[in-house]
Every structure is written in structure tokens, then in C-alpha cells.
Design a protein around this ligand. Structure first.
Ligand SMILES: [Mg+2]
Ligand SMILES: [Zn+2]
Length: 198
């Protein structure tokens, strides 16, 4: 199964500093995000969203608000020919000390328990923050940092414990890398890892 794991806020939709996306009115697709998703879907990738939504645990919005946003997002995506394979959320706060909140890998393990393991070394995790890169790296995946959300510059990554394999502007650019890689005929050795830092 060809898979791509994506964070939501800052990757597909806008990132709001110091706030959450609490309802559909606040939800906004990032420019080019739909195009990026279309590129992935057309090339046979199954898209899995892995997102921390502690606003639920903090009672800033309800679980039902979150699923309402999710349903409407999926509706919009369907109009554009995009069917998400699966959406996972961690609803806990950091204080809950759960296994699923990124940078922990619980949501990936959950996916594996439901659908079986996959070739991690050929699978990408795309996110806009350090926790995404950490989850991807700890799970043995390739990672792509997009600068369309929380992280604004390459310099910010210098102090991170886990460094992204690629850094690009947005999901569309990430999709190009992922699709190109998959066309390079699987088994070949990995090439340079720095080709796409802009
Ligand atoms: Mg994010
Ligand atoms: Zn959790």
C-alpha cells in the first residue's frame, strides 16, 4: 500500500499561532494544498492524517466540533476528487501523558494495528513542526518539513534533535518530491538528501 502521512494544521489548512481551529468558519485550506493532495491521490497514494488536537482535551472545543470540521473538510476534498484514507487525532493535552500525542508514535502504531505494517523507509511523513519530523523519523519514515505553518525558516530546524530529510515551501512541493521518488523505481539507493532545500 502506498501511503503518505500528513499533519493537518500548517500542512493542509492554515496554522493559527496560539489558537486552535475550533469550527469550520476558522478552517481554511492553504493555497496549493488541494493541488498537492490531488497529485498524491492521482499517483496512487493513500493519505493518512495524523494530528494533535489538544483543544478538545483543554475543552476549547468539543469532539463533535472537531468531527464537524473533519466532515466538512472531507466534503470539500471529495469535490476535488480527493478521498482521505484515514484521519487520526490525539485529543489529549500534554499533561495527560498519552501515547498518541506527537512526538509520540501512538497514532502510527494505531494505524499499523489496524492495517498492518508498511515499508517505512519508502514512506513519507509531512509536517510543519518539530514533533512531526520526530514522529516520522522515530517511525523510520522519510520526513518533509513544509514552511507553510508553524516553522517559518530553515534556521529554526538547526536546534532540533530530529532533522527533516527535506524542507520545502508547502504541500504541493512536498507532493512533487514524494511522487518523483516513487517513480524512481523503488529499490535504488537513496540519492542526496539535500536536493530540495530551497
Ligand atoms: Mg501542524
Ligand atoms: Zn493522545
Amino acid at each position: 500500500m502506498k501511503l503518505v502521512f500528513l499533519d493537518r494544521d500548517g500542512v493542509i489548512s492554515i496554522f493559527t499561532p496560539d489558537d486552535y481551529i475550533k469550527n469550520w468558519n476558522e478552517f481554511q485550506f492553504l493555497p496549493d494544498a488541494i493541488e498537492g493532495l490531488q497529485m498524491l491521490v492521482k499517483n496512487g497514494f493513500n493519505i493518512v492524517i495524523i494530528s494533535n488536537q489538544a483543544g478538545v482535551g483543554r475543552k476549547v472545543f468539543t469532539q463533535q466540533d472537531l468531527w464537524d470540521v473533519t466532515n466538512r473538510m472531507q466534503e470539500e476534498l471529495r469535490k476535488n476528487g480527493i478521498e482521505l484514507f484515514k484521519v487520526y487525532y490525539c485529543l489529549h493535552t500534554p499533561e495527560d501523558n498519552c501515547n498518541c500525542r506527537k512526538p509520540k508514535t501512538g497514532m502510527i502504531e494505531q494505524f499499523i494495528s489496524e492495517y498492518g505494517d508498511f515499508d517505512r523507509s519508502k514512506t513519507f511523513f509531512v509536517g510543519d513542526s518539530d514533533v512531526d519530523i520526530e514522529v516520522g523519523a522515530k517511525s523510520g519514515m522519510k520526513t518533509i518539513l513544509v514552511l507553510s505553518g508553524k516553522t517559518k525558516s530553515i534556521e529554526e530546524t538547526e536546534k532540533w534533535n530530529y532533522k527533516p530529510d527535506f524542507i520545502v515551501a508547502d504541500l504541493k512541493e512536498a507532493a512533487k518530491i514524494i511522487v518523483n521518488r516513487s517513480k524512481q523505481n523503488g529499490g535504488k539507493n537513496e540519492q542526496d538528501k539535500s536536493c530540495c532545500v530551497e
